[in-house]
Design a protein around this ligand. Sequence first.
Ligand code: AHG
Ligand code: MN
Ligand code: MN
Length: 336
Amino acid sequence: MTVNRNVLTLDEFTLQQLRAFPRATGELSALLRDIGLAAKRVNVEVNKAGLVDILGDAGSINVQGEDVKKLDIFANNQFMGVLQHGISCAGIASEELDDVVIFNDPVSNNSKYVVLFDPLDGSGNIDVNVSIGTIFSVYRRVSEIGKPATEADFLQPGIKQIAAGYVVYGSSTMLVYATRRGVNGFTLDQSIGEFCLSHPDIKVPDFGLIYSVNHGHFFRYPLGVRKYITLCQEKTKANGGPYTQRYIGSMVADVHRNLIKGGIFMYPGTTDKPKGKLRLLYECNPFAFIVEVAGGRATNGTQRILEVVPTQLHERSPLFIGSGGMMSELEACFQE
Ligand code: AHG
Ligand code: MN
Ligand code: MN
């Protein structure tokens, strides 16, 4: 078999990026390699979830008060483990852990990054064989290098992200990550066990035909959101429509599709939950960063997501994210 040398693996790609910056230390490349390794391990378990006893509830409730699935815990431990044993990360925060975890060993204390993640997103879909994902966000520490990381390192506005990404465990498994220089997607080649560059320099189209929202909450959404959903339904060929509604309940899969095809994803606040469901730090911010680098936009309805200054690790936020043109249509409905 001939090896296609035109296809770059994730490692080769990050090293190539590194060569363009002779002063870079390679810590971010190492971090991404660690994340890629954890993603491969999680991928193996996700694929056999139907076969082994890993399927189903773990019998506890996480800090968000939701059922914790066994794979949530497995994924959490994989990502935490690779980052703890790596050389680039001083500490982590996870959807599954109440507090930040500061690694506090000599190597970690000298690392310049902290990582926040949602180890398994869309975990309600595990039992029914629908795509799920992992989301991650990387910040440079604001605390002193050489000392243990602090909570302040994690409570930075999203604009300060150095990198962000996600893994989607779907019909194929992909890792997509963004730095300020661009968004690139890698598909897992199972035959060699490597993520290979398949979607270079992803840009989100300014308009798409897809809107993604939980319609069941329609009557609990703010008026502007209801107006926009109605507009999506009223669209005709003459004014760029009709739009198609797609929502599978795994944000990673929903936003990934809209990123590639163009579209808008909304998780608004409701009358009973004004801040919605999604978490600012490890769901909204990483996707806001990725989508903005790809040319789209993300807000909480009144403010750019990336400029929100967080006060709590697990705080929630409404989220509107996607193609720039569709975000403008939505904002016009808010202003009416
Ligand atoms: P998680 O599995 O990490 O708790 O996140 C699930 C999230 C998100 O992925 C998805 O878009 C949303 O929950 C679906 O919520 P609804 O069922 O309320 O629409
Ligand atoms: Mn999630
Ligand atoms: Mn989760």
